[in-house]
Design a protein around this ligand. Structure first.
Ligand code: 5GP
Length: 480
């Protein structure tokens, strides 16, 4: 409750605990600007504001109020307020670095003497912004020399759900991590800033990678691997899509209506990383819950095969008609025969109320990235090369590149190819990936994948791209 005004001295008092401390009674009148005395009852929680020295006046001013922090909740301290005293200690001759510990150490009743920025009314923070994003890169404020106040930064990992609570500053947004008990916001780079950094990285290195990672590694002077970077660029160009800068993806909470099909699960990763084996093991682990599509082929049916089980066996003419009619999500030719996965086969599995598992090329993901399928895209990536060598030392690679099915052991070049191809996929399609599973040790990767996919069924809400929910929002309401 803001309290009295006395000439130019405005005294305000606010408490966070049930008991409010008494207002200071030794308030002196000041004949210059309006002075506001603010008395806050401070716990161990930081004030939630950043300060800086105003370059033109030399005064210490409040640079930023962190949404949801103590200062914000008080509604009494504002950006631009000039800080004169803290608990009677003059701030004038102090640097921001000297002031921060004084603030941090003070507990209980803390009195601030400030010259308020003109034209600001006392008000509690506005309603929370309901803007949620999935972060598409890792961010560590401790390693970021550009952040205006490191202590006010919010670190996050790729995949974390962030609630953006303030976008007033073009370069530094304020956000809370969804699920954190701490409701005080922290600073994160804005989309614009992150994109700018990424484009600088691209100019410097000539390649595109998840922006923050590269920015940091570039600063730290880590050398990109020999073939790694060059290969990545080549592979990325081969894949033919536009370069994306992974920053933040706007998401919305989603709870599946029982009438809706289960979300499609798309497994994506470089050749040899183990997609087929992961898919096979998932299916075996719970065949009532998971399902796979039955592909079409023009090859002859083998003795032990049944139509509609291993494949739908169709004539070349039928297959070609189906190609023309866009019935296939993807298709290819192998030893003179067509093979392809139809959209209808995906519908069939979903219609059986199963989770449809599909391993696809990343460029197929975009076709399935729709409101209807709401796919959860799992990127299966290889581990570091040392672990690849160790984990694949007895494994074999099935290669069909030269149109003959070859089984051979992995070579050093296969490992390098797998890693660079994964980097290229991540760089180009990373914004579509909802989960990342590193397949080094197979048992660990499988357990992680299964646990994460179980969460899709049990955890509510799930976070999906906002455009998949807009239709639902307009027409129906869902109860979570
Ligand atoms: P097979 O004739 O021995 O059953 O399979 C030959 C090849 O066809 C295998 O390498 C298999 O991976 C590939 N194949 C099976 N189904 C599909 C499919 O739906 N699409 C594509 N592009 N290839 C497939």
């Amino acid at each position: 409750q803001p309290s009295g005004r006395s000439n130019q001295i405005f005294v305000a008092q606010k408490g966070y605990d049930p008991e409010l401390p008494p207002l200071p009674d030794n308030i002196e009148e000041e004949d210059e600007d309006s002075v506001k005395i603010i008395s806050l009852f401070k716990s161990q929680e930081p004030l939630g504001a950043t300060i800086k020295r105003d370059e033109s006046t030399g005064a210490i001013v409040v640079a930023r109020i962190m949404r949801g922090g103590a200062a914000d909740r008080s509604g009494l301290i504002h950006e631009g307020d000039e800080l004169r005293e803290v608990n009677g200690v003059q701030m004038e001759d102090k640097t921001p670095e000297e002031i921060i510990p004084i603030m941090a150490q003070s507990q209980g009743e803390v009195t601030f003497k400030v010259i308020p920025v003109p034209g600001i009314k006392e008000e509690l923070s506005a309603n929370e912004t309901m803007l949620f994003v999935r972060s598409l890169f890792d961010y560590n404020p401790e390693e970021d020399p550009a952040i205006p106040c490191r202590q006010a930064g919010l670190g996050f990992k790729r995949g974390d759900i962030l609630q953006i609570v303030n976008q007033e500053d073009d370069t530094w947004w304020q956000a809370c991590r969804h699920g954190d008990s701490n409701s005080r916001a922290g600073l994160i780079p804005s989309r614009q800033l992150q994109e700018r950094w990424a484009s600088i990285d691209r100019c410097v290195t000539g390649i595109s990678f998840p922006a923050a990672g590269l920015r940091r590694s570039f600063r730290l002077g880590r050398r990109g691997g020999r073939s790694g970077n060059v290969e990545s660029k080549r592979k990325s160009q081969e894949m033919g899509g536009a370069t994306q800068t992974p920053t933040y993806l706007e998401v919305a909470p989603y709870c599946r209506d029982h009438k809706e099909g289960r979300r499609l699960v798309l497994l994506v990763g470089p050749s040899g990383v183990g997609l087929s084996e992961l898919k096979r093991r998932l299916l075996l682990s719970d065949p009532d819950h998971y399902g796979v599509t039955v592909p079409h082929t023009t090859r002859e049916k083998r003795k032990q095969e049944k139509d509609g089980v291993e494949y739908h066996f169709v004539s070349r003419q039928t297959f070609e008609m189906d190609i023309v009619n866009h019935k296939f999500l993807e298709y290819g030719e192998h030893r003179g025969n067509y093979y392809g996965t139809s959209l209808e086969s995906v519908h069939k599995v979903i219609g059986e109320d199963k989770v449809c598992l599909l391993d696809v090329q990343p460029n197929t993901v975009q076709r399935l990235h729709t409101t209807e399928f709401k796919p959860c895209v799992v990127f299966v990536k290889p581990p570091l090369i040392q672990e690849l060598r160790f984990s694949r030392r007895k494994a074999t690679l099935i290669s069909t590149q030269d149109m003959t099915k070859l089984t051979k052991t992995f070579s050093e070049e296969d490992f390098e190819d797998m890693i660079s191809s994964a980097e290229a996929m991540d760089s180009q399609y990373g914004h579509l990936f909802e989960m990342v599973v590193v397949n080094g040790d197979f048992a660990m990767a499988f357990n992680k994948l299964r646990a994460e996919l179980e969460k899709l069924e049990t955890e509510a809400p799930q976070w999906i791209p906002v455009e998949w929910t807009s239709h639902t929002k307009q027409n129906t309401e869902s109860v979570c």
